[in-house]
Write a protein of this length. Structure first.
Length: 144
């Protein structure tokens, strides 16, 4: 088994852009933490308030592994044993994607993340688990 970060991108992958900026990281964290706070405080119908929901913080090593997976240009989960880090022996993974044919388009992270969380507004929604992973990957972990 080869770790995700050790796999080279396939030659068939015509990557236009990769990674997230410092500003994007800030928006990603603020958006996730705002939405998580709504759940924790009991403001999302059908979900009990959380007693121990920590804020998320950025983890560069998780982000690097996640980006390596995105660079594979395969929209499928890798093997869970292929994405561990020096800090985390078990790493969750969720996938989502957006697309455009405009190479100059920018990602509106807040809208993308909000769209992922939208099912929470549904009466038949089930709780979200793990970390959201988007076309340009990022790494989040709970602060302690």
């Amino acid at each position: 088994m080869t770790h995700t970060a050790c796999k080279p991108p396939p030659s068939s992958c015509n990557k236009i852009d990769s990674g997230v900026s410092a500003g994007d990281k800030k928006v990603i964290l603020e958006t996730h933490n705002r939405l998580r706070s709504q759940i924790a405080s009991g403001k999302v119908p059908g979900y009990p308030p959380a007693t121990n929901m920590y804020q998320l913080e950025w983890d560069n090593e998780l982000a690097d592994v996640a980006q390596a997976h995105a660079d594979q240009c395969k929209f499928k989960h890798d093997n869970s044993g292929e994405r561990f880090t020096t800090t985390f022996s078990a790493v969750g993974q969720n996938l989502a994607t957006t697309g455009t044919t405009d190479p100059s388009a920018t990602e509106d992270w807040s809208t993308v993340i909000q769209g992922y969380w939208c099912p929470l507004q549904s009466s038949d929604a089930s709780p979200l688990e793990g970390t959201v992973i988007l076309p340009r990957w990022y790494g989040l972990r709970q602060s302690t």
